[in-house]
Write a protein that binds this ligand. Structure first.
Ligand code: UD1
Length: 386
């Protein structure tokens, strides 16, 4: 009998991570995947376009939770996931990344004694004001099998008392998707045309993405960022695909017009359109986690509008520079890229397009060899700092 793994997706950054895993599960003779979408992201632009472009099969179940406060959204996912878990009786639950769907489904599975597999484990910003950091720490503590994208993640997990035998450094599934799709990306002119932009820059532009609460929820911070972008746009035209959260904040703070004057505003883009912009950009300014990695894989300079990153290899090996959200620092770093061409960097170890295959092989072996579970292996799993 095939081992059944419930694979959970919820929000936009999950979709490109699950796509290559679903393909490998499809070929496995040991495992079968049951795809569950929590419905955390539900708009066509935030969900459907990704499923279609990345050939992700229609979910076997959609919990349809929608938006809410963190507590409401997490609780609602948990409440709706439990009966699915009871009905499916899976052999494992696989979660990716660090969104609310990740922690919610991991928590339900842990309480039911169902093994948890976490893909993209061990990343730490050491900043608990980020909701994603809380999701990462708790999900990793609950997980039985942990897959990491970079070496520092293994160090972080060991420091938190997680048995290294349960941790596997496999590379980056999001980069599997990037490498598989980069040649399918359309021309920038087509992206702009389909977004309804008549006269936009098709080369020599920067790309901006903004959605973190730390950048968009405080009106003063948001206003200062828009002012900074306006100043930079006199030297480099900027394209800004707007996340719904950011669009709502720009409206409520009456900053939308200023943002329109500073940047060519675009709707949320599908995967291939975004890839077209990223790979043709002079530089990218972002507060996204995934885009820090994608720009490193593409060799495009990235200025991260945050004080820290949970993905240090993008700074140490890659093209990423942390610039925070302070105007002089952002402008100095951007001008440096315009003058020098920016960091060239190298592609991190194992970001080679084959991470999903490695993960599925480890999971298959795990079932053959009865590997240790979370919290059952004695020293090393007993707590912090021992
Ligand atoms: C979530 C993830 C974040 C990820 C981001 C990428 C958590 C804690 N955060 O943040 O890690 O980087 O997704 O997009 O899980 N909305 C829509 N349509 C949608 C989805 C959301 O309009 O399809 C709007 C809603 O008004 C919602 C807001 O966007 O309130 C924020 O959505 P939510 O899922 O709560 O968090 P994100 O900010 O998207």
């Amino acid at each position: 009998m095939l081992k059944r793994v419930i694979c959970v997706v919820g929000a936009r950054p999950n979709f490109m991570k699950i796509a290559p895993l679903m393909q490998c599960f499809e070929r496995s003779r040991v495992l079968e995947a049951y795809l569950l979408h929590t419905g955390q992201h539900y708009d066509a632009a935030m969900k459907t376009a990704f499923f279609e472009q990345l050939h992700i099969p229609e979910p076997d179940a959609d919990l349809g939770v929608g938006s809410g406060s963190h507590a409401v959204q997490t609780a609602e996912i948990m409440r709706r996931f439990e009966p699915v878990l009871d009905a499916q009786v899976p052999d494992a639950v696989l979660v990716v990344g660090d969104v609310n769907s990740t922690i919610a489904c991991a928590l339900v599975a842990a309480k039911k004694g169902v093994p948890i597999i976490h893909v993209e484990a061990g990343l730490r910003s050491f900043d608990r004001s980020m909701p994603e950091e809380i999701n990462r720490v708790v999900t990793d503590q609950l997980s039985d099998l942990l897959f990491t994208t970079e070496r520092q993640a293994m160090v972080n997990l060991e420091r938190e008392g997680i048995d290294p035998r349960r941790v596997h450094f496999v590379g980056n599934v999001m980069i599997d998707t990037l490498l598989e799709n980069r040649r399918r990306a359309p021309a920038v002119a087509d992206v702009l045309a389909s977004a309804g932009v008549d006269r936009g820059p098709t080369n020599g532009f920067g790309v901006v993405t903004l959605h973190r609460p730390s950048n968009v929820d405080d009106p003063q911070t948001l206003a200062s960022l828009i002012l900074t972008l306006a100043e930079l746009s006199t030297e480099l035209p900027l394209l800004l695909p707007l996340h719904p959260r950011t669009a709502a904040r720009l409206e409520s703070t009456k900053l939308m017009e200023r943002a329109q004057a500073a940047c060519v505003l675009l709707p949320p883009l599908d995967y291939l359109d975004m890839l077209a912009l990223l790979q043709n950009a002079v530089m990218v300014l972002t507060d996204s986690g995934g885009i820090q990695e994608e720009t490193t894989a593409l060799g495009v300079p990235c200025l991260t509008l945050r004080a820290n990153t949970e993905r240090p290899t993008t700074v140490e090996a890659g093209t990423n520079t942390l610039v925070g959200n302070d105007r002089p620092r952002i402008l100095a770093a951007a001008r440096d890229v315009l003058r020098t061409g920016g960091k060239t960097g190298r592609v991190p170890e194992l970001w080679d397009g084959r991470a999903a295959g490695r993960i599925v092989r480890v999971v298959e072996d795990w079932y053959r060899e009865e590997m240790p579970r979370a919290g059952t292996t004695g020293p090393g799993t007993t707590g912090l700092g021992d």
